[in-house]
Design a protein around this ligand. Structure first.
Ligand SMILES: NC(=O)c1ccc[n+]([C@@H]2O[C@H](COP(=O)([O-])OP(=O)(O)OC[C@H]3O[C@@H](n4cnc5c(N)ncnc54)[C@H](O)[C@@H]3O)[C@@H](O)[C@H]2O)c1
Ligand SMILES: O=C(O)CC[C@@H](O)C(=O)O
Length: 526
């Protein structure tokens, strides 16, 4: 039975799902060293934001197949290291959207009416009403940075509260922003015009310290800022200084550059600063949603099924994947074949989707072709997760084309690769729903199923040559299972494709190449 380690608190419903297929160990509060020590025993790791899955953890996780993040952000996972090792990383992109948006709105209101400080004051036996006069959000301008899932829900509710909405998101269309009642503006305009600024973007190199001293200097002195996205998008030292100097009116933070928050000047600020300890996703509903979402994906991957929200494999809905599965197998077989014909050091792979296949999403097919292409060199180390990265790191250029007008089969796939043995191409199609046929080799038409051991020759189409190859293989005690010749013109060049029952002896190619009329010969193991 596979083993799953749950290293952060996860709703029981997730544990129950995992327990259907795996032994589940819940071990929260592990130190980084403890995690590295025990991870070699596990096939899957399920986390929230508390566990840092570093390169060292991933390298130690020899059995790891999947890392499941019960939430949105995967910035606590070294996704590149996981990808390199072929480990799927999945998340729950929508399970806590409402929770995070509602927390943002709660923070905006709490900050506007000084609710946390007023609450503390009443609990300290005081009755101070003058000190806590707040401001209304009605008719104020809210600047939303990042109009994705959470930003959009914040926009919908804030609009209903009578706020005017500006948004900065270079990846969102004006139409989508309009639907949400937002006006798309440049960041500088948003900084200058907003009364409230709320951040709903991922933390990337580009967004780190997006709100720094210079950005704060552009803001109104009455402006208030909310960060329920990721720590580090705001420069905390610059924010603390701006609040101390009254350069802006308030801030509400749920996330911090370091979590848990250590010593920080933010802690000593007054009622203008509202802080929560990364509670954006902490609702009962969200925790059930994310636990189900991620546990189901871990269960599926452990059962050999695809994950629906993998962050490091081409996004593909499981129903589409099911439909494409025979073509993925075809792409992998052809990739493996063309790599061996082209020899080592493939520089470029061209993938052409033909006929009805040309209307499909090409990315998974390209990934499958790359997996096949690299499988000879990397064996089981290459998979759908790391094939593209491995190809990129080897400097393999990938060219994708489509030609819907090629209709000799319903749908077919043409691959050509340039390697140390020159440029070679293969085409393949499906017979019925899933039987693979190789339908051309170097543009010569054939129709053969792939076989574990194969021999391909390029020769002159002349009498006697097939017999000579047959006798030669016989003299090496090699049994031929099937043989086919493909040619374009009579007595021109031709290819011969032989399926063999056993591996071909190493020295046989040299003998084949001595047969008069043989121009080239390749042995292939699929
Ligand atoms: N506090 C919490 O507990 C909590 C809970 C859930 C999500 N989050 C965080 O909230 C953030 C948003 O989550 P989401 O689900 O809305 O994500 P999303 O992917 O739906 O939306 C992110 C948006 O940011 C935009 N964007 C990316 N780079 C940008 C840039 N440089 N400038 C402006 N816009 C940019 C994208 O176009 C996208 O529209 C994430 O960082 C996520 O980790 C926090
Ligand atoms: O795990 C959590 O509670 C936080 C989740 C949140 O930060 C997210 O990105 O989904």
């Amino acid at each position: 039975m596979p083993k799953v380690l749950v290293s952060d608190p996860i709703d029981q419903v997730g544990i129950d799902i995992l327990s259907q297929v795996a032994q589940v160990d819940v071990k929260t509060d592990l130190s980084p060293d403890d995690l590295i020590r025990i991870i070699p025993d596990y096939d899957a790791l399920m986390i929230r934001s508390g566990t840092r899955v570093t390169q060292a953890v991933i390298e130690a996780g020899n059995q790891l197949k999947i890392i499941g993040r019960a939430g949105v952000g995967v910035d606590n996972v070294d996704v590149l290291a996981a990808t390199r090792k072929g480990i799927v990383v999945v998340n729950s992109p929508e399970g806590n959207t409402i929770a995070a948006a509602e927390h943002t709105l709660a923070m905006m209101m709490a900050m506007s009416r000084y609710i946390p400080a007023a609450n503390q004051s009443v609990k300290a036996d005081k009755w101070d009403r003058k000190h806590f006069t707040g401001v209304e959000v009605y008719k104020k301008t809210l600047g939303i940075v990042g109009l994705g899932k959470i930003g959009a829900h914040v926009a919908t509710v804030a609009r209903a509260m009578g706020m005017k909405l500006l948004a900065y998101d270079p990846f969102i269309s004006h139409e989508r922003a309009e639907q949400l009642g937002c006006r798309i503006v440049e960041m500088d305009v948003l900084l200058q015009q907003a009364d409230y600024i709320t951040l709903h973007i991922p933390k990337t190199a580009e967004t780190t310290h997006l709100i720094n001293a210079a950005a704060i200097a552009r803001m109104k002195p009455t402006a208030r800022i909310i960060n329920c996205a990721r720590g580090g998008i705001i420069d905390e030292a610059a924010l603390a200084q701006a609040l101390q100097e009254g350069k802006i009116a308030g801030a509400a933070l749920d996330v911090y550059e370091q979590e848990p928050l250590g010593e920080s000047p933010l802690r000593s600020l007054g009622k203008e600063m509202v802080m929560t300890p990364h509670l954006g996703a902490s609702t009962e509903e969200a925790q059930v949603n994310v636990a189900i979402d991620v546990a189901e994906q871990i269960r599926d991957v452990l059962l050999g099924l695809p994950a629906r929200s993998a962050v490091n494999i081409p996004g593909l809905r499981p129903d589409l994947l099911e439909q494409l599965r025979p073509y993925l197998q075809l792409a992998e077989t052809l990739g493996n074949l063309v790599a061996q014909l082209a020899g080592g050091r493939v520089e470029a792979l061209t993938v052409r989707l033909q006929g009805e296949l040309a209307t499909n999403q090409s990315q998974p097919i390209v990934v499958a072709a790359l997996k096949g292409l690299l499988s000879h060199a990397l064996q089981e180390r290459v998979n759908y997760v790391n094939a593209s990265l491995e190809a990129k790191e080897r400097g393999i250029r990938v060219i994708e084309t489509r030609d819907a007008s090629i209709k000799d089969y319903t749908g077919s796939l043409h691959l050509s690769a340039k390697g140390s043995l020159g440029e070679h191409s293969v085409t393949g199609a499906l017979l019925g729903d899933s039987e693979i046929r190789i339908t051309s080799v170097d543009e010569f038409p054939v129709n053969v199923p792939p076989n574990r051991y194969m021999l391909f020759t390029l020769h002159r189409d002349m009498p006697g040559i097939i017999g000579k190859i047959g006798s030669l293989l016989g003299s090496f005690n090699v049994n031929i299972a099937s043989m086919q010749v493909g040619r374009k013109i009579v007595r021109g060049d031709a290819v011969m494709v032989l399926s063999i029952d056993d591996p071909l002896p190493d020295d046989i190619l040299a003998e084949i190449l001595k047969v008069p009329g043989i121009r080239d010969a390749y042995t292939v193991t699929l």
